[in-house]
Design a protein around this ligand. Structure first.
Ligand code: DGJ
Length: 312
C-alpha cells in the first residue's frame, strides 16, 4: 500500500525511520530524491530515493562531520565541527541539479551551535544525487544573515535562493550564479518585518506560489502564501492558509506533478531529544474559490493523488 499516515515518523523499505527533516525533494532520472536533516551520530544530511513517493530506499549520509572539505570560496568558513570537536548544526538542506556543470549543488542553513548566531548558508557539491558531497564552507550572502531557506529552479536553469535575513524579520531572494555555487544578485527583500520562516516555492499554472510560516521556534503557527507572475516580479501580499497551526506543521517543500501540488511539512517534536520525535505530513494544495487551500487529510497516497487516482 502506498498510504502514508500524517504525523508519523515514516519507515524506509528496510523498516528504519526516515530521518529527512526540514527536507527537500529533487526529481532526477525517474527517481524522487528526498534530502533532509539527520541529527543522529555524526550525520548532518541524509538522502533517500523512491519512484512512488511511499517506498523510500536509504541511499547515503551525504554530509557528515567527516565529509571532505574544500576551500572553494575566498571568504567562507570551512567547518563541519565546532572548536570543541562537536557537531555544528545544519538545517533545511536543498539540492538542485545543474545541467551546465552536471553537478548536484546543495545549499543549507549553517549554525555553529543551537544559538542561531552564525545565520549563514553552506554550499556542497557532488557528481551524483546521493554520493558523498564535498563541503565548500559557509558564508553570509552579501554580509546578510541567512537562516531558514529554500531553493527554486526555473525550467531554463535560472535558480534562486530564498532565506530569512535580519534576525528573521525579512525574507531575501537571491539569483544564483550559473554554477549555483554563489549568489549573483539580491533581487528582493520581501515581507520586511513580517518574520516569515520556512519558505517553500512551487510553480503551478504559470504562477509562482510561496508558502511560509511565522517565527515561533519549533511550535507550529499560521501559514501564509503569496503569488507572483515571475520570481523577480512583484509578489502579492501574504494571505493565510490552513489553520492557526498550518494543521500542526511547518513547510518543508512543495512539489508539482501532472498539474497537481503537494505540500510536505514537518511536525516538529521540539528541542534536544524531543527533536527525534519529529514527523512528517503531506497535504494536497489546491486552488478553491480563488484561494490557495491546504487540504487537511489524516493519510494520503501521494503518488495516487498526483496521478489523480487518489480520493482525499
Ligand atoms: C524554526 C525553523 O523553521 C526550524 O528550521 C528550526 O530552525 C527551528 N525554528 C528552531 O527553533
Amino acid at each position: 500500500m502506498g498510504i502514508l499516515k500524517n504525523g508519523e515518523l515514516w519507515k524506509d523499505v528496510n523498516g528504519e525511520p526516515i530521518h529527512a527533516h526540514g527536507g527537500w525533494m529533487l526529481y532526477y532520472n525517474g527517481y524522487y530524491y528526498w534530502y533532509g536533516e539527520d541529527r543522529r551520530e555524526n550525520y548532518y544530511v541524509s538522502c533517500y530515493r523512491s519512484k512512488n513517493l511511499t517506498d523510500w530506499e536509504f541511499r547515503n549520509h551525504i554530509i557528515t562531520t567527516e565529509s571532505k572539505m574544500e576551500g572553494y570560496y575566498v571568504r567562507t568558513t570551512l567547518m563541519l565541527r565546532n572548536k570543541n570537536g562537536g557537531k555544528i548544526n545544519l538545517e533545511r538542506p536543498k539540492v538542485l541539479y545543474n545541467k551546465k556543470t552536471k553537478k548536484f549543488v546543495l545549499w543549507v542553513h549553517v549554525e555553529n551551535g543551537m544559538d542561531y548566531h552564525e545565520a549563514a548558508v553552506g554550499i556542497a557539491e557532488c557528481d551524483s544525487p546521493d554520493g558523498d558531497f564535498v563541503y565548500y564552507g559557509h558564508f553570509n550572502p552579501y554580509g546578510y544573515m541567512s537562516r531558514d531557506c529554500t531553493l527554486f529552479q526555473e525550467e531554463d536553469g535560472t535558480a534562486y535562493f530564498i532565506s530569512a535575513a535580519r534576525d528573521n524579520a525579512d525574507l531575501h531572494m537571491y539569483r544564483l550564479t550559473d554554477d549555483y555555487k554563489n549568489v549573483k544578485k539580491l533581487v528582493h527583500k520581501l515581507y520586511q518585518g513580517e518574520y516569515r520562516e520556512a519558505p517553500a516555492v512551487v510553480k503551478y499554472n504559470g504562477m509562482y506560489h510561496m508558502l511560509t510560516s511565522f517565527c515561533t521556534g519549533w511550535a507550529p503557527n499560521q501559514g501564509k502564501y503569496a503569488c507572483a507572475d515571475s520570481m523577480e516580479g512583484e509578489w502579492s501580499d501574504l494571505s493565510e492558509i490552513g489553520d492557526s497551526t498550518t494543521y500542526q506543521s511547518q513547510p518543508a517543500f512543495l512539489i508539482e506533478r501532472n498539474g497537481r501540488m503537494l505540500y510536505y511539512g514537518d511536525r516538529w517534536g521540539g528541542d534536544g531529544e524531543k527533536y527525534f520525535a519529529s514527523s512528517y505530513v503531506i497535504y494536497p494544495l489546491e486552488w478553491e474559490n480563488g484561494k490557495l487551500t491546504l487540504k487537511f487529510v489524516n493519510e494520503i497516497d501521494p503518488m495516487a493523488y498526483l496521478n489523480r487516482e487518489g480520493k482525499i
